[in-house]
Design a protein around this ligand. Sequence first.
Ligand code: NOJ
Ligand code: CA
Length: 820
Amino acid sequence: MDDLLSRSASQAAAATAADDLLWYKDAVIYQLHVKSYFDANNDGIGDFAGLTAKLDYIAELGVNTLWLLPFYPSPRLDDGYDISEYRAVHPDYGTLADAKRFIAAAHARGLRVITELVINHTSDQHGWFQRARHGKPGSVYRDFYVWSDDDNRYSGTRIIFVDTERSNWTWDPEAKAYFWHRFYSHQPDLNFDNPRVFKAVLAVMRFWLDLGVDGLRLDAVPYLVEREGTHNENLPETHEILRQMRGYLDTKYPGRVLLAEANQWPEDTKDYFGTGDECHMAFHFPLMPRMYMAIAREDRFPITDIMRQTPDIPSNCQWAIFLRNHDELTLEMVTDSERDYLWETYAADRRARLNLGIRRRLTPLLERDRRRFELMNSLLLSMPGTPVLYYGDEIGMGDNLHLGDRDGVRTPMQWSPDRNGGFSRADPAALVLPAIMDSLYGFDAINVESQARDPHSILSWVRRMLGVRRQHRAFGRGGLRFIYPKNRKILAYLRDYEDETILCVANVSRTPQAVELDLSNMEGRVPIELTAGSVFPPIGQLTYLLTLAPYGFYWFLLASEAQWPAWEVHTPAPEPLPEYETLVIRDSIAHALTGAVGGRIERDALPVYLAKRRWFSEKGESADTISFACAPALPGADRETLLAEVEVRHRAAASHWFIPLTITWEDEPTFAMASQLALARARKARRVGLLTDAFATPHFAHGVMRALSERRELPTPQGVIRFLPEDGLADHLPTAGAEVKWLSVEQSNSSLIVGDAAMLKILRRLNEGIHPESEMTRYLTGKSFAHTAPLLGEVVRASEDGKPTTFAIIQGFVRNQDDA
Ligand code: NOJ
Ligand code: CA
């Protein structure tokens, strides 16, 4: 047994460890630029010390992984993607020691760190290139790059930066040859046909992994290898390089990941996962523009279509999805007509267009429409894959179209309304990029400090949504099943993982929508809305009807009954309190009940109320009328208590039911049952309370006992109600204020014990005739049966012709007496 236990414990530990290796599936990535995040030494440029100082903010946001844009020495002509030295930190951003401190501080907060491995190309200022252009053709360093005597080779290759580059070849007067470059002409491509290049790249990789980084984003990875006669993207030789890198990583650095930047169609990107032996993650580029397309066209099709075209990926792999990043919103992965449509819709201002994309941030793209912002983020956080958030988008930052290239979306993070948005205390003119200052998006209007204080800000919303997402692994790991309701403005999908199923429904249109979802294979499950825990009606056989506000969305857990107890955060509410009428009392309850509210209580509240009572054996809904037949006041009671009799009429037949009524006031000690059994609210001037079943209050028990001992009589239109004591009563009279214990309220009759001396049972259904129980008890009491509770009295109404109706029976209390 012990053996078994320890084996299963070690198996569990192994399972956890294996699970932990898949951490990237549960990740939410936050992408940022060190230079634009926070400037700790106030020289105008963000730095590692500044970023480290802001780690608490990042951790509190609710992401768990950081992706840092390139921070290496670089002329920064491509904002750092033009690296001049791989194993160092740009002096503007700090030192290697600062970077190490940052990594340790991130890890201490449970944040993982992904950095850039830009190996397709270097800067032309890199030592390797400088040596290459000076080296002889065929020499070791010359061979680090791709050279040609003419610019006609590889002519089937597209140009990526179409706005700036005319050719993928640039003449180098020093080398007297053309060098190959897929991006800017100052970014020569490395030659992966040279094994030394691969070795050098591995050394760079090792360097950063040894420093503790958890993952590497592989920049521009489809272009590593060139072959004549191809378009030089996604070549098998490129995949072979990646497999080797992965093999190396797995042996030496298990748990670290490779993230491929391959701006390709899904079927081509899929190859970057290999058979689970290349990259762990890859960006899903084609999905991103289609989310914008869906809301522009108000049609889910662009999304469902591309996801259907997305092949399954190996189980240890994961998509990375995003709405925006540091580049232009690329439209390479759409058709020409789609691109024109998206350009017209989202970049009518031509300055916003760059290469084949749109250089705008998320919030300006959505025209500051909060509903669209929430909708798009709800898709980002619920579609399959690991979401990547771009810094500043969590507060709705804007962009600056007057800056060159993509700098407009890389401006300083806006921390506060202080100088430079709290990013730096340097002179504004000294900033690495100017802070946004316009009236809509400037740091006065949009900043972390104000939004952190505002529970309704974008920032607070993003934090909450990330919190919700964290509770459910299905978002990161679950499968995807679309539901196809007729209404195409509605995107609906299920995310399942293990025993959890989440239903996401989104209205991609600007108008309110209704949708009928076929969820019949989920019959019996209860949708629980995830952001607030509201419980929706259970799913049945019929289509499930939902209505959605413009750009509205829902995330539901489809809870099976078994899942309810595990659902700790949002336990489904017990039955909600009915919306009570308020009975306004000026003098007496009795008088108030004769008014309009009394009529509505009879008509609307009583049928529902009675239907819920276990003692009510008839079907209240089938009643023709339900009304108070009479409500005489209990004589001598210390508060107004009505011995109300409810008449239920159905066709010719009528039944009568006894509900004593009183008010429990809010400012008095509460009796749980009294509020459960309430029939209406009550207000007398400033005092409010509940009109409820008096039986649930101790006053009632004491009142009846007193009336009995005083042998009260109460004339009513139906006859005289008599409180008839028996001889034994005097020995069992409870002292004033003696404790009341309720035995049952909801059985066919209701009983309680007062002062451990007497048991009071009220009869709910009122029948004419001598009550058999009181008769039997009276008989046994007369015969002095030792174990019988003696009869102490009765409350009986005698009609004009003398027929009795019993309201209550009072007996002496005998311990161990059964709950009647
Ligand atoms: C992809 C990066 O995301 C982009 O910013 C850069 O310009 C190109 N690679 C070239 O390095
Ligand atoms: Ca600085």
